[in-house]
Design a protein around this ligand. Sequence first.
Ligand code: C5P
Length: 238
Amino acid sequence: MINRPIIALDFPSRVEIETFLSLFPTKEKLFLKVGMEIFYQEGPEIVRWLRSLGHDVFLDLKLHDIPNTVSRAMERIANLGVAITNVHAAGGIEMMAAAKAGLVKGTPEGQTIPQLIAVTQLTSTSEEQMQHDQLITVSLEESVLNYAKCTQAAGLDGVVCSALEAGKIHSVTSDTFMCLTPGIRPTGAAVGDQKRVVTPVLAKEIGSNAIVVGRPVTQAENPYEAYQAIKNEWNGVK
Ligand code: C5P
């Protein structure tokens, strides 16, 4: 289990991230999610910079390409010292295994191999869209569970999923398979565009192993206080 909520750094550039991080005590080491928006703006240097400040990074780039390309990209990612990164399970077991092999190969001697997780069906995809666009005839849940099993078969560490799916995913994989869950809202918070949200307490009860929180922290009047409150709720601290 990852004790710190992972904060989604959904900002357009490094300047906004500097302002945001200045609101936290320097000794508070955070777990930060770097996504496509900021990565494509600032490049890998943004990850090196966050690492130099002592923060852990989940690099959320959702790779999906032929196995050889994904493997070689993962070799480069492994060099950045991230704690977690990810791929699309839709790339297939061979692609996921190649991604893992690339990470292993690219991790410098003496450093920890980043955890590798997979996105199953995007939470923005409805069952109707999945059946129409992907010609998958089973239910969305069955497809998610199948992708989770493929992810495990490829030797990965877990999946990104809705907290509401975590229990079932554990039952078809294992208790130690990581369910990293976005769509988290502390009790009474604005939901934004997330449709199926759960509180940190409920997420834990259902089986989340890590939570990703964006706007409830980044848009809060006092981000540090909001972060502490969510962290305490997640860790069962009263
Ligand atoms: O602001 P909010 O807490 O909704 O942000 C959640 C973060 O998790 C965003 O960076 C969003 O892109 C990401 N995410 C998600 N649902 C997924 C995968 C990623 O909300 N299935």
